[in-house]
Write a protein that binds this ligand. Sequence first.
Ligand code: NAP
Length: 493
Amino acid sequence: MTIVGAGFGGIGAAIELRKHGITDVTILERATHLGGTWWHNTYPGCACDVPSHLYSYSFAQRKHWSRLCSPQQEILDYLQGVADDFDITGAVRTGTDVTACRWNDASRRWTVESRDGRSWESDALIVATGQLHQPAYPRIDGIDDFAGHSFHSAQWDHDHKLAGRRVAVVGTGASAVQFVPAIAPEVGQLTVFQRTGNWFLPRKNHAYPGWLKTLFRTVPGVETFRRSFVYWYAEFLTLMIRHPKTWGRVGKAKSAIFMQWQLRDPEVRRKVWPDYTFGCKRVLFSSWFLKALQRDNVTLVDDAITRITPTGLLTADGVEHDVDTIIWGTGFKTTDFMFPMEITGVDGRSLRDAWADGPHAYLGMTVPDFPSLFVMYGPNTNTSGGSIIYYLEAQAAYIRQALELVRDRNVAALAVRPEIEADFDVATQARFGGTAWLRCDSWYRDDATGRNITNWPGYMREYADAVRVLDVEKFTLITLPEHDAATSTDISA
Ligand code: NAP
């Protein structure tokens, strides 16, 4: 079994498989270390905005989180610790840049190829590269002409000192909201370029006081209660997104009161105030970002950037903003999923072609004609309010059931039936109707079609229920080559 990606998805899948006797597991990881997004993103202030009691594996709960939302290093240490505890670290092949995964119709196995010419044969393949791993740069004229220094928030250049410099930050998403307050006191002049305002909710995220840490550590059940509380809070956030005309108004009101209170500067308030439905884009949790925007050394620009010049950024109002450094807080190529990796299935069909009209997969995991290929954190499995780890665990258990089925039926692989996948896709898209997710443009949606191709349209609980038991009727079982003479390649019920 080959897994591509050693983040929370890949590590969690390996643990699940090994726990159930599927021990021959190799995890291929492009980076020099496991951790996925928590290895790559090291920007100042980097933390998870989902509380750690929920943003952690259910089977590896910790009693000693330092604060509500742990910082990057603490999360990375946690994942490394879990991988060590479950003896997974040794299965990770770091520095392995997977370029292609090919299904072989004759051997009915996968061949996985890396950039350095190595290859792996595998009965099944898990692609756990996620949605947030390829930094996105905006298409702005002159972007290569800038003579100063520039870098992306997911590739933070810690050698480049910002103290005293004129710095531009492009983007005001979940990443920028964390690093802007962290760098604002240090830089000389900070200019933040915002394209769209966001809805904010308060989050101070101070370190837990000693008494609370002691409570978590010593009183049985307290951290379980905490996890449960955070879980239901997250589901409530989804309720507000699903029902913008009713529950969504509650969220909007809370956010508006908070923002009104924080935004003392009327000019900044006017620029920041969002003009779209609460919850359509990710709601941002920060009690520090809006305050940072009102510092004397910070300027918020909401005019569109029309050009990058050798000395700075030109905006639509004709102003040239000269800076020494540009930090791209412009997010990720979320809708590219595992591409540019080349994936070919039955008859050499390319996944890129299969997804020409936008990615879609049954339960976000399986695609017709790509036997025993399982995508983790695939299409329509992102969460706007919950913990992705909750989804990943559910997926790992589902994939494990699929592999057990293949083993128990003594077949080569299984592939979802095309009509099942198509029906699932229609039903998934239909569930977005009336929700906040469709009320603005966002990285959740395909630019060309407007389909929401990244998010799960419902609650965490619903997804877990949907994937709890694998239904063999939904799949075609593919015989082993040596059984060809006796049976057809489709021996399912
Ligand atoms: P993002 O949410 O996609 O934000 C990108 C920002 O760049 C947006 O403000 C976007 O504006 C702006 N932008 C893009 N092109 C631009 C242009 N040409 N000119 C001006 N602005 C431009 O990216 P992110 O902040 O890196 O976060 C991505 C995702 O990562 C989050 O949604 C979240 O799921 C995850 N994340 C999570 C955490 C966490 O704590 N759990 C922390 C960081 C990130 P528009 O809004 O107009 O598109």
